[in-house]
Design a binder for this molecule. Structure first.
Ligand code: FES
Length: 195
């Protein structure tokens, strides 16, 4: 009697094949630069994945850390923070504060069991529609490879009482957190810290 190759079971009648995972990404944009870059990408018909839901803030410095955690808690698989290039913030240096918060948050979410790649920062001027579209595509691919997040926030952190500086110190960070720009880096070159 000859051996027979195993045969894959036929899908049950009436059940559709599972849809591929499509990440949900919340993108915080700055009114003066990255939101306009996204708008420019749209008017120029530059395509980017529809996985990103954009939320407009007046400035990246307006980003409260709890916005990020609440996004994860409510089902986002990743958060993308965007803003004006260092030195070009319309509110002087608020994007340096955004950079500092981003650094604190990346370490904090890692301590909470969330991969740091699920929080990304991209600088984009109003003229950089193509660049922003490319970065959205890159982030989407990275998050798709990570898979769904399904963060059980309620068991881990009280979002209403969340304090980023305290969380940073609880993860072993020095009091006061990182500087807005790393040592030896001129503000004009801080863009190299992010993308
Ligand atoms: S105005 Fe765009 S980051 Fe501040």
């Amino acid at each position: 009697m000859s051996a027979q190759a195993p045969v894959a079971p036929a899908p049950a009648q009436g059940t559709a094949p599972a849809a591929p995972f499509e990440p949900v990404i919340i993108g915080f944009t700055c009114n003066w630069c990255s939101y306009r870059a996204a708008d420019l990408a749209g008017t120029a018909r530059t395509k980017y994945p529809p996985n990103v839901r954009l939320i407009r803030l007046m400035c990246s410095g307006r980003l409260d850390p709890t916005f990020v955690l609440k996004a994860y808690a409510e089902g986002a698989d990743a958060v993308l923070v965007t803003g004006c290039h260092p030195g070009e913030c319309h509110y002087i240096e608020q994007n340096y504060k955004a950079l500092r918060r981003f650094q604190l948050l990346q370490r904090t979410i890692e301590a909470l069991g969330i991969e740091p790649a699920r929080l990304q920062l991209v600088w984009a001027s109003a003229a950089e529609g193509v660049r922003l579209a490319n970065e959205i595509a890159r982030v989407t691919e990275e998050v798709r490879a990570l898979g769904p997040l399904n963060w059980p926030a309620g068991d881990m952190v009280d979002l209403d009482a969340f304090n980023l500086d305290a969380a940073w110190e609880a993860t072993g960070g020095e009091a006061g957190g990182p500087p807005a720009t790393p040592d030896g880096v001129e503000p004009a070159h801080a863009a190299e810290v992010a993308r």
